[in-house]
Design a protein around this ligand. Sequence first.
Ligand code: WT7
Length: 645
Amino acid sequence: MSEVHTHPVPEAFAAEALVRDEDYQCMYRQSVEDPQAFWSQQANDFLHWSKPFTKVVEEDLSKGHAAWFADGELNVSVNCIDRHLPARADQTAFIWEGDDPADSKHITYRELHQQVCRLANLLKARGVNKGDRVCIYMPMIPEAAYAMLACARIGAVHSVVFGGFSPDSLKDRILDSDCRLVITADEGVRGGRKVPLKANVDKALANCPDVHTAIVVKRTGANIDWDSKRDIWYEESVAEQGTECEPEAMNAEDPLFILYTSGSTGKPKGVLHTTAGYLLMSTMTFKYAFDYKEGDVFWCTADVGWITGHSYIVYGPLAAGAISLMFEGVPTYPDASRCWQVVEKHKVNTFYTAPTAIRALMGAGDDFVTKCDRSSLKLLGTVGEPINPEAWEWYYEVVGEKRCPIVDTWWQTETGAHLITPLPGATDLKPGSATRPFFGVQPALLDEKGQEIEGEGEGALAMKASWPSMIRSVYGDHQRMIDTYFSTFPGYYFTGDGARRDGDGYYWITGRIDDVLNVSGHRLGTAEIESAIVLHEDTAEAAVVGYPHDIKGQGIYCYVTLKNGREPSEELRKELIDLCVQEIGPIAKPDIIQWAPGLPKTRSGKIMRRILRKIASNELDSLGDTSTLADPSVVDELVDHRVNK
Ligand code: WT7
């Protein structure tokens, strides 16, 4: 380990902060010693309840069970909008910055209320009832947030599918959760290029006979195919609806949304989050981890198609009455100064992005940053993958001018909100460490036998107790949730990550220890990519692993075995790459394909991925014991023909 350079909390920052170290210590202690009292108070401070809860938490992690505030009632859209109207109807809720730097607008809480009510009324008019699932496949435009909140208002369960997913992936997700209505746009616009969203929806819906309505926002005015029995224009349809919609009173444990994410086996799973616990934790972490103060402009660069967009563009910020910036484009368009131009233009106070973007912008050079005025910035954040100290220091020195703390927030789709994160007024920072647990969060490091490692050490990262925004189910397959998260280490939630704890009790995430890749902060299952590759008639078998990639964090390395008599060719390589893009989406595009006459397998036929990972990473000194392989000679062959030399 190279020497760690600790950055103490700047005194000026601590003086103004919501939480200082002594507050953190005291609140953390209470949160784990008396969770009932702690969470009861937080839930009453942060949320508006139409019916107060009397129970705080009941849990049994050995069964994957947790229920929070289970007899309380509330509505998420009321918490995000209506309750702010008396004080801040005219305050901006969203600043929208379009892909084209000339496009931007402000949406006030009053406008947000009207838009959400109109759309909620339209959904009801199209037959959507409480508990029904609605699919949202949208570009980064305010209507995406209206759609989520309109669902929440009437108690429908949204499933947002990232606009970069292919028609096939969209179809799978629509069918899995039995969505009957889809909200989309004619096209999206990203980095100056058009994304054919409606055409993708048309392809997906060809195999979804139960979808009766597609609501289409006109974003570009492109020519699109139209099914007059199914398709309706968003603008003209909402215009016919009233601007008031009575919110549905929801039980705290009623489902709020489903969000699909990749696992180590099988198809993506629909992570189910419920109402109160999710909203409480997303708004609380928003406020504390970002030290959010009235009037601050907060910018999270994620897409609403990921959990980061759910929790820190929409729900957390709005429930806190914040100003949330939503950006349609990409950090490098028109050029690598775009983010800093947006910071200057909208006087952004907090900027939250992924290490992959930081590394890409770092590579473009400092001039793109320094030519823009970043004096409004107070705080920086990162999420999605471990950040290398070099990128951290660049972010800190060049972007933040050594003035802004960086919060490295560790969490997952399944956790709903930050679980391990600095609180910027309380926590001294160590580049590359997500630092300490958030309130109520009790991490444990487990060894292979499932024994807890005390003090300094490294192991599998698990949680000893539930937290309010914990995953409640995998939609349609509750057993899969129990098997995936609660069976490896009975009595714990298992994250799939490895971590190290240092002498100060700080956590250092070492990355996934299952067969999940993290490519540019996006999660992909190796199994999904393998299934796509073997769809090709020439392929017999595929094994996919990650390898270190300078910008993306991990690259996708595929070993492909062809059927007898089939020959490798450049053309075939291209076909396999296209197949992955077609089946999953551009994020699944393989970086490297190696033709493999055979794969290293144990005598029982299990592929030894450990060896494949080492070869892909060019770590040939540590291949380990290969004597248990059915045919050890395949390893030499793969090493000789490795592509990443
Ligand atoms: C996985 C979850 C939740 C945000 C976006 C990703 C990795 C996430 C960090 C971090 C190191 C991180 C983990 C985790 N991860 N944040 N700060 N440091 N690794 O959500 O797609 O559900 O992926 O992202 O490996 O398990 P996700």
